[in-house]
Design a protein. Structure first.
Length: 328
């Protein structure tokens, strides 16, 4: 039965839009639901705030539909905020809505489950923020995807997920547990490959907490001077192992056979894990001296987080990576 979702315009004007067949179907991605290439998205162009039922709660997601999306089901990029943040703040930081206007994909910035002092935190499984009895944020992300597919807006074979900091950790775990839900992921300053596990006096990704079975393409960005999620590891209990250990674990999970390292610019290097079945490459950009920031993003939106490089654009690189991938 179709649901009527309240749509709240960001300017404060309250509207009501009936989205046909909007109830999440929970079909496995790629099964039972073929997006119509001629379908018309039930959302207007521009930014809209949707309230989506999930787990018995009304959850919030800010959606940006570019005029260039036209009438065909478009690609979707989820853009998850960091801890103690909000969807609007995340769009200000990443500026993925600007990239969407140029490239013709839809951006959806969902809101985490757990209230915090300055915003919201994601309920990431297997971490310190995995609160007993808290809303299931993995189910919520799937509900966001299903809602936008069923509304005729999104091509379910072209769903991608980016996230900053805690949002990157959430995206990572979502891919661990739901590898066929997304065609690729792009954690920024937050890639994980499962919970930290004590091994030989150090910490490593726990294989029991990330066993996707299917390869998930990964593009990720890390600064060597990240003061929040240290590049070499340590920091908060949820972090533990370093950024290289996370990418190398994903390369193992994806069955990659070769690796190539190259210098992209004066302060940026690329480690590219290749030869991965299903085009599930793992690509890691490392910014020497880079902070807890979004490369090429809004530097003013990262106070006290260190250097925001302009030598590369995370948005451009991730979109180029996403465009080449579909769910099978």
């Amino acid at each position: 039965m179709p649901r009527t979702l309240p749509v709240l315009a960001l300017a404060g004007l309250v509207l009501t839009a009936s989205l046909a067949a909007v109830a999440p179907a929970h079909a496995a991605p790629g099964q039972g639901r073929a997006p119509s290439p001629a379908s018309t998205c039930a959302l207007d162009d521009g930014r809209t705030t949707l309230t989506i039922p999930s787990g018995g709660l009304d959850r919030t997601v800010v959606v940006h539909v570019p005029e260039s999306a036209g009438t065909r089901a478009a690609p979707l990029v989820l853009d998850l905020h960091g801890s103690n943040s909000t969807p609007a703040e995340q769009l200000t930081r990443s500026q993925l809505d600007r990239t969407a206007d140029r490239e013709g994909f839809i951006v959806a910035a969902p809101q985490g489950a757990l209230p915090a002092a300055a915003g919201f935190v994601w309920n990431v499984p297997n971490t310190a923020t995995d609160v007993a009895g808290a809303p299931d944020d993995e189910a919520f992300l799937q509900d966001v995807i299903d809602t936008l597919v069923d509304a005729g807006c999104v091509d379910e074979r072209r769903v991608y997920a980016a996230g900053y900091s805690g949002g990157g950790r959430m995206v990572s775990q979502f891919a661990c547990d739901n590898p066929t839900a997304v065609a690729a992921i792009a954690p920024v300053a937050g890639l994980r490959a499962g919970a930290p596990l004590a091994v030989d006096g150090g910490l490593a990704p726990d294989p029991a907490t990330c066993a996707p079975g299917d390869g998930v393409p990964v593009i990720t960005f890390n600064g060597t001077a990240d003061p929040v999620n240290p590049f070499v590891g340590g920091g908060a209990a949820y972090w533990g192992y370093g950024a290289l250990a996370a990418s190398e674990r994903w390369a193992d999970l994806n069955g990659c056979h070769t690796v190539k390292e190259s210098r992209v610019s004066e302060n940026v290097t690329l480690t590219d894990h290749r030869g991965c079945p299903g085009n599930a490459a793992v690509r890691q950009y490392v910014i020497a001296g880079g902070g807890h920031t979004w490369p090429g993003g809004n530097a003013a939106a990262f106070p006290g987080a260190g250097v925001t490089t302009t030598e590369i654009s995370a948005n451009d690189l991730m979109w180029d990576f996403f465009e080449q991938r579909r769910t099978r």
